[in-house]
Design a protein around this ligand. Structure first.
Ligand SMILES: [Fe+2]
Ligand SMILES: [Fe+2]
Length: 230
């Protein structure tokens, strides 16, 4: 368990204890794409007092640990890759088409009344297409290379890792825009069940994407670059 100091990176704090993501989600601190930043600068950006945040993080330390959580910083990279595909890519392949149906239906029925819906649909559809292409690049190009890196000692594909990290940052921007447009995923008064289902589904998409990008940026890609193999 790494000690909580304000110069530790947010990403490392989450690698050491994934339970800390709850606090970061609650406070709006970006631990996936912004995981390389120190706790101090992340707090500064979010307008928070670092000492208060450290106190909140320490409260997580004293809570009972989740014994079932896997420490991905110590597992073979091939297992982590498999976990990402089976858990997070599978989630996106199931959820994105369902959410597309909901977002387009809600916009067609209520877009005239709630002015943010056409923009929400545009941002969502662009994100959906970008993520489909992104996952394909990971599964067909990057992940096989990472598996070879582990078995044959190949070099980490630096350019490809950088490109994928940039795509993570764009996806993070799209998610932040959708959060703003929906007033932090709050259904408006009088919203129908489809509207509520859409808002709930989009908030789950954001939460899963944060975990997904954290595991890639702060664990998988970082270990591949540093050649820290299990
Ligand atoms: Fe991925
Ligand atoms: Fe990714």
């Amino acid at each position: 368990m790494c000690t909580i100091t304000t110069d530790t990176s947010v990403g490392d704090l989450v690698v050491a204890n994934p339970g800390r993501t709850r606090i970061f989600e609650q406070l709006g601190i970006d631990y996936c794409c912004g995981g390389g930043k120190s706790l101090e600068s992340a707090c500064e950006e979010a307008g928070l007092d670092p000492k208060t945040v450290v106190t909140m993080l320490n409260a997580v330390e004293s809570a009972p640990a989740d014994q079932t959580a896997t420490d991905w910083s110590k597992q073979p990279l091939a297992l982590l890759v498999q976990h990402i595909v089976d858990t997070h890519h599978d989630f996106l392949r199931r959820e994105l088409p369902r959410l597309e149906r909901l977002v387009t239906k809600v916009n067609s029925r209520h877009g005239h009344h709630f002015g943010f819906l056409p923009e929400l649909e545009r941002v969502f559809l662009e994100l959906k297409d970008d993520l489909a292409e992104h996952m394909q690049t990971e599964e067909e190009e990057l992940f096989p290379l990472i598996e070879q890196l582990e078995s044959n000692g190949e070099e980490a594909p630096a350019g490809l890792l950088e490109q994928l990290e940039e795509e993570h940052a764009s996806a993070g921007d799209a998610l932040a825009t959708m959060r703003d447009l929906t007033n932090d995923y709050t259904p408006p008064v009088g919203a129908c069940n489809s509207f509520r289902g859409m808002i709930h589904g989009l908030s789950e998409l954001e939460a899963d994407m944060h975990q997904h990008v954290h595991k890639e940026n702060n664990i998988l890609f970082k270990r591949a670059r540093a050649r820290v193999l299990a």
